[in-house]
Structure formats: structure tokens, C-alpha cells
Design a protein around this ligand. Structure first.
Ligand code: ASP
Ligand code: MG
Length: 432
């Protein structure tokens, strides 16, 4: 069994939905997870905000606007009036509910509820036997807002059983119930998380995440020409890239898949035959695989004679960041100083004031972390040299390697980011 997840743009219009139907074919037993049609979640949040602000007329007019959009989709999606009528009834239930001004979580859940109803009906209309698995009947988060995988697995087994034997199961991404049984969600972009949890719950052979880019690229295509999809990544390599700016998959989202040792494949709905990127627990000794950049970084250096040969100094430094609930990304140390980077500057001033009690403090703003990821086991030679060689003409503020086997991070000025990314691409990937 496979789990296939399609994001908002992949189901963003009648034509795109028809394309998804072609991609999934009628291979038996697979579970298809859908997001809301693109734009819908934002529209629903707008409606919910209008209601909270007491602007009832505005909310009603936003609801009608969204309803019109769905009327157009229904017109284009089905060939027969019979199916159009069923679809109008199916999404109509959501619009009736929206006009009762329910709670915000229930409002925002309507996006996935509508996209899955429309899509399941479409499959029926073209003669494909598909069954809808209601996510609200099995997707659960606990008191801490964390997914409860045990409950999800048990409930999902029952839901699948109740749905009977269908070649294709359709279900909603993103939405769930919380520990009190209320409608809730896995936060923005949470459909990937749903797919990963469902994959882990059913012990899927593979989880496919379908988007409109052909996998994770070896550099940022917005700034670098001739980037290429990376064929294979270890979960660790993918996590390093995602933390450091590659926008494609959040590390938390693939954690359940990773723990259950289920491969995740990133695929492109516009180019279904392309291989995309496979992420799993295997390492393939390929050295440097990809580069990503994380913007809006501030570097803080604390220098103190008291650090020399002293113990406990770093603890004092870290405690200050803990007090102000500010995560640290990169760290480098020398005998007399330590530099760290943060991306949340909301408490920069009090942090600096406290750090000044420990030593002299320097702050560099407008910096960028460039993350070079791959299988960079320290006993292999040469990759540090290639990275630094590529960046020989760029002022580098910090270099960090050895924290994991999968990453070298360098900190440069924001104004040097594009140049640095391009130099790394030409030195590391496009040497011909
Ligand atoms: N529809 C939700 C959102 O836009 C979840 C998702 O698409 O992953 O955030
Ligand atoms: Mg998404």
C-alpha cells in the first residue's frame, strides 16, 4: 500500500483534479491524502477573522465569494448534471455550516472536507471505485497537540474496515480531532504531516508527496540557474536542508515516516514520469548533495578571558538564550570566545545586555547561513576543502562542521548570498 499526498495547487482547479485522477490511476488499496484547493484555507481564515472581529456582513460576503468559486469548479469538473447536483449538495453542507459562524477550527476544516468530497465524486463519475476515509474519525492529537500515533493506527484500521474494499481510499490532510474530541488541525501546511502519520499508521510501502516541483533541488532555483533534483537523500540530509531553508518538506512532517522506516518520495504532478527525490534511511556515499540558505540570521560573539580554561562558561551563555526562549542555530567556539547565530531577534537587546555581564559582545545582523548537506562523514577527505575553495572570494563570518555527519554550515553576509550559492553550484555540481 502507498500513501499519495497532493497539495493545494495539485487540486487547485477542476483540470488539476482531473490530472490527479490520472496520476493515481486505479492501483488497488492506496490512500490518497488531499489538501484544500489552493487559496481556500486562506479564504477560510479570512472568514474566521471577519467573524471574530464581529464583521458579520463581511464574513457573509466572503462566504458567498468562496461559494461562487466552488460553483465554477463543480461546473467544470463533472460531465453530468446528476454528479453536479451531488457535488453541490456535498459542498453545500459546508456553506450552510459556515453561515452559522462556527468556531475557527471548524471553519478552516471545511477546505479539506470539500476538496475530498469533490474529488471522490469525480472518481465515481469516471467509474473509479473510491471510498472516503473521514480524517475526523481517526486523526488525533493529544493534550500537548502532538499526534497520537497509537490511537491513529487503531482508529484508521477501523475506518478502513468500515469503508469496505475500495481500490482507492481518499482522505483529508491537515484536519484532526484534539484530546477533547473537538475539530482541530495539524497547523498550516499540515497535510504532509497527515500523509506521514497515515503512512506510519498503516505501515505503507512508500509515501509520495506530489507538488509542482520535481523533487528537492541541489540548490535554490530562485537564485541559481541549472539546479537539478537530487535523486536520493538520507532522512538526515533532508532534515538538514529543510532546517536551513529548503522549503519543500518540514522535518517534523517526515519524522513519523522516518521512525517507521518508510521511504518518502517527492514527485511532480506536472511531470509525473520524472523520478523526483527519494528520501529514506540509506546512505549512498555521494559526498555533497545539495546547498540551501537560511535568511535573516544574526550572529552574536561573546569574547571573554574568563572562558580560557574555565568550565561552566558555555552553560552561562546558553542559559541566557534559554531565559529569552531564543533558539540557537549555529555555534562556533575558540578558547576565548564563542559565536552563535539566532533567527529570532525579538529579545536581542535583553540578551545582549545579559551577555555583556560575561564578556564583550559583538552583533552582526543581515547574515545568511549557507548549509551544504550530504554524506560528509569526517573520515572522507576533500569536501571541506572544496566548499572553502568555492567561497575563496567571499568573506565568511563563521564555519561549522562536525556537529553531524551531514552538514557544513557557513555564515556569510546577506549581500553575498546569491554569489555564494552560485559559486558553490559551479564548484560542487556543474564542473564540466
Ligand atoms: N490546507 C492547509 C494549509 O493550507 C494544509 C495543507 O495544505 O497542507 O495550510
Ligand atoms: Mg502545502
Amino acid at each position: 500500500m502507498k500513501v499519495l499526498k497532493f497539495g493545494g495547487t495539485s487540486v487547485g482547479s477542476a483540470d488539476r483534479m482531473k490530472n490527479v485522477a490520472k496520476i493515481i490511476g486505479s492501483e488497488g488499496g492506496n490512500i490518497v491524502v488531499l489538501s484544500a484547493m489552493s487559496g481556500t484555507t486562506n479564504a477560510l481564515i479570512g472568514i474566521s477573522e471577519a467573524i471574530t472581529a464581529g464583521k458579520r456582513d463581511e464574513a457573509l460576503s466572503l462566504i458567498s465569494e468562496l461559494e461562487n468559486k466552488y460553483a465554477g469548479v463543480i461546473e467544470a469538473l463533472y460531465d453530468s448534471e446528476d454528479y453536479r447536483a451531488q457535488a453541490r449538495e456535498a459542498v453545500g453542507a459546508s456553506f450552510v455550516l459556515l453561515r452559522t459562524f462556527p468556531g475557527d477550527k471548524e471553519i478552516v476544516a471545511q477546505g479539506e472536507l470539500m476538496s475530498t468530497r469533490l474529488f471522490t465524486l469525480y472518481l465515481h463519475s469516471i467509474g473509479v471505485n473510491a471510498a472516503l476515509l473521514p480524517a475526523l474519525d481517526y486523526m488525533r492529537i493529544d493534550e500537548n497537540g502532538e499526534p497520537d500515533l497509537k490511537a491513529i493506527s487503531e482508529k484508521l484500521a477501523v475506518v478502513i474496515d468500515n469503508a469496505g474494499k475500495a481500490p482507492i481510499y481518499i482522505t483529508q490532510g491537515f484536519i484532526c480531532r484534539n484530546a477533547c474530541g473537538e475539530i482541530d488541525n495539524l497547523k498550516r501546511g499540515g497535510s504532509d504531516y497527515s500523509a506521514s502519520l497515515i503512512g506510519a499508521a498503516v505501515g505503507a510501502d512508500e509515501i509520495e508527496i506530489w507538488t509542482d516541483i520535481d523533487g528537492m533541488h541541489n540548490n535554490d532555483p530562485r537564485f541559481v540557474e541549472h539546479t537539478a533534483p537530487v535523486k536520493h537523500l538520507h532522512f538526515e540530509e533532508a532534515a538538514e536542508l529543510a532546517y536551513f531553508g529548503a522549503k519543500i518538506l518540514h522535518p517534523t512532517c517526515i519524522l513519523p515516516a522516518r521512525e517507521a522506516n518508510i521511504p518518502v518520495r517527492l514527485l511532480n504532478t506536472m511531470e509525473p514520469a520524472a523520478r523526483g527525490t527519494l528520501i529514506d534511511n540509506h546512505l549512498d556515499d555521494n559526498g555533497i548533495k545539495a546547498v540551501a540558505a537560511k535568511d535573516n540570521i544574526t550572529a552574536i560573539k561573546i569574547k571573554s578571558g574568563r572562558m580560557l580554561l574555565a568550565y561552566g562558561f558555555l552553560r552561562k551563555v546558553f542559559e541566557i538564550f534559554e531565559t529569552y526562549r531564543t533558539p540557537i542555530d549555529m555555534i562556533v567556539t575558540s578558547e576565548v570566545g564563542v559565536s552563535v547565530t539566532i533567527d529570532d531577534c525579538s529579545n536581542l537587546q535583553p540578551i545582549v545586555t545579559d551577555l555583556e555581564k560575561l564578556g564583550s559582545v559583538t552583533v552582526d545582523t543581515d547574515m545568511v547561513i549557507i548549509c551544504i548537506a550530504g554524506d560528509l562523514e569526517w573520515q572522507h577527505k576533500g569536501f571541506e576543502a572544496s566548499v572553502l575553495d568555492a567561497l575563496r572570494d567571499i568573506p565568511v563570518r563563521m564555519i561549522s562542521y562536525g556537529g553531524s555527519n551531514y552538514n557544513i554550515s557557513v555564515l556569510v553576509k546577506a549581500c553575498d548570498k546569491v554569489k555564494a550559492l552560485n559559486l558553490l553550484s559551479s564548484h560542487l555540481f556543474n564542473r564540466n
